[in-house]
Design a protein around this ligand. Structure first.
Ligand code: PEP
Length: 248
């Protein structure tokens, strides 16, 4: 059986300030060591100070998006090469908030994942269904379609991404998928990955959607759940640390 090191990645979304970041990062760093790998995905302007605050620690940092383009006349975009210069380990791509508010298509998400990997930044590729889609029994078709675009675009590099299953109805709502609901989707995703890459058993599939200290351990104990992508709870040091510790 393959043992996968768990990964807990905080997604700060559009939150933060110099003062709040310093306190949060110092709190997380002081709680080391963690058994799991821990990362924080911060807004672009805070990458530099995050790199400084976490220098010398094993906590990694990442971004919440990256451009599908290498460089050029794309005002407002940030390239994977730039992220790499900041020491970014991860870039979240295809978060449901970007799919929803920025009309990101499956193919654009796949192209962003490819651009990130090409510059040595690991994409955390988010997939997930809306409540209406779940109620229409479309969960499997939706997540498979979203993942399939990335698998095809990454081709032989597909094994290098991290996948995050984030049911849209559970993000920021306080509603969490039950461990059984989440595990069922994770198993489907792993089977889909296994059909595409020999590395599927070693790949991390994170769960995201109202992960909290009280539900983290049970979610992370599921066989195909390899950690979490944590939004709201990643902004409170005590909660984020408790979640990281639940991923032993
Ligand atoms: C997220 O933004 O990726 C997320 C899972 O948010 P929350 O934990 O707040 O539901």
């Amino acid at each position: 059986m393959t043992t996968r090191k768990k990964l807990i990645a905080g997604n700060w979304k559009m939150h933060g300030s110099h003062a709040a970041n310093a306190e949060l990062l110092a709190g997380i760093a002081a709680a080391r060591p963690f058994v799991a790998e821990v990362a924080v995905c911060v807004p672009f302007p805070y990458l530099s100070e995050t790199a400084v605050a976490l220098a010398g620690s094993d906590i990694r940092w990442g971004a919440q998006d990256c451009s599908a383009h290498e460089q050029g006349a794309y005002t407002g975009e940030v390239s994977a090469a730039m992220l790499h210069e900041f020491g970014c380990r991860y870039a979240i791509v295809g978060h449901s908030e970007r799919r929803q508010y920025h009309a990101e298509s499956d193919q654009l998400v796949a192209d962003k994942a490819k651009a990130a990997l090409a510059r040595g930044v690991t994409p955390i590729v988010c997939v997930g269904e809306t409540l209406a889609q779940r109620e229409a029994n479309e969960t499997e078709a939706i997540v498979k379609r979203q993942l399939s675009a990335v698998i095809h675009t990454l081709a032989h590099c597909a094994g290098e991404m991290v996948v995050a299953y984030e049911p849209v109805w559970a993000i920021g709502t306080g509603k969490t998928a039950t461990p059984a609901q989440a595990q069922a989707v994770h198993a489907l995703l792993r089977a889909q990955l296994a059909a595409a890459t020999p590395h599927a058993a070693a790949m991390k599939i994170l769960y995201g959607g109202s992960v909290k200290p009280g539900n983290a351990a049970t979610l992370f104990s599921q066989p195909d759940i390899d950690g979490g992508l944590v939004g709201g709870a990643s902004l409170k040091a005590a909660d984020f640390i408790a979640i990281c510790r639940a991923a032993a």
